[in-house]
Design a protein around this ligand. Sequence first.
Ligand code: HEC
Ligand code: HEC
Ligand code: HEC
Length: 377
Amino acid sequence: MNFLRVIGFSVVILLLFMGFSHILPQVEPDTSAPVEVSTDGLDMDGMIALGESLFSGKGTCTLCHNGMGRAPDTLVMDMSTTYPERLLDARYKGVSAGKEGAKAIEAYIFESMTDPSAFVVEGFGEKGSNDTISPMPTVNKAPIELTVVEMNAVTAFLQDLAGLTPTVPLPSADDAPVVEEPSSGEAAPLLTSGEAVVDEHGCAACHDLGGSGATLGPSLYGIGKRMSRAIVMESIIDPNAIIADGYDADFMPADFGEEMRGSELLLLTDYLLALPDAAPVNEDDGDEALATTGLEVVENFGCAGCHDLDGSEADIGPALNGIGKRMTADQVRVAILDPNAEITEGYEADMMPDYFGDDMAESEIELITDYLMNLPE
Ligand code: HEC
Ligand code: HEC
Ligand code: HEC
């Protein structure tokens, strides 16, 4: 059975390489580009309907809010009893803390989109954050970028679903028009760049792409050095075939293969393989400030993604607690600057990035070495 799957997959990849992508999911002509729709004069039923289509469409909410356990299953749970409890929860510090009623719930839902960490549902926080940091993207920012009217529409949809009368304001003539995706049934427009495929399928909601900083999935920077072309494609079409270390199965959506054309998958794969080794640091303010503490160096260079330094439980590399007892400062320095000079027993070469020597200032190398030498066991 497994053998047949492997054969079947190899055939698909072969066809892709041979340029037969047109016989895979049919490429339709671009007849249905997204259109701008004025929301002026929309009534509450219209808002609810718009919210419903945004929830599974542009908002990409159903990527995580579904029955797979990535996030609370919003469409199924009983929001009418759960949300009032959230507002009274001692951990909730947001705008509706201690309040009740439909207006307070409206504010809670809206705030969940613009400030997801205002309340983190127990068990869903970022690893190691003790449920203080939400992994949910801020949906009014790139890459999702819902407008206020759109977030009001989603809120109206969820209030209605909870059995409450929606309390959101209706849009006025001054509000920006909503960009409507072609409705299902019609062919989606053919995407012509890898970046557009990333945007369309919400990869940046979970992977740190385009500056999203998302951490639900592994960083894809430098993936061309870690994975072959065929494995990258397989990871996209059949994410459960190989599970990245430190992550759970059934987390990455498994239906991208059905939703993408062959040509789009090829563009996406090219785009990922061409990513630089590390995410550009501080894209906004050009000159990045030098780190001034060892901890900042750890954070800026992502050491804790692979090493357990503080209970992060990362295990791609050896735990660094108590390293000062095992190694001299000089050995630690070499391990950072030239990781393949000596491979830690039980680990493989070429796993730890070898560009820290180029990217770190001498002062940062000294700070990080000092910091590691003094880590408690
Ligand atoms: C990348 C995954 C992801 C996406 C995309 C996402 N969410 Fe979330 N969301 C989460 C997680 C995880 C939580 C639980 C942690 C928390 O409370 O912030 C959550 C929490 C929430 C909550 C609070 C739920 C509760 O039970 O109190 C609401 C409301 C919500 N999301 C709405 C949305 C909406 C609307 C969208 C789309 C516009 C969306 N989310 C997109 C992951 C996601
Ligand atoms: C809901 C969150 C989520 C979304 C959306 C998502 N991924 Fe992932 N992805 C993950 C997780 C978690 C893993 C690690 C587990 C695994 O290997 O399946 C992963 C693994 C991967 C890997 C393998 C990386 C490695 O180092 O092993 C690739 C490649 C990848 N994703 C590409 C994509 C692309 C391209 C998209 C958009 C089309 C996408 N992902 C959308 C969560 C997501
Ligand atoms: C992509 C994963 C990854 C990242 C990111 C990473 N490392 Fe490593 N590191 C490894 C692996 C795997 C090893 C073991 C193999 C080897 O020795 O090269 C290792 C080995 C080490 C060692 C030697 C440990 C020992 O017990 O022998 C030190 C010290 C170290 N890393 C420090 C760092 C620091 C500091 C950073 C951040 C600036 C960092 N690493 C970032 C994967 C990583």
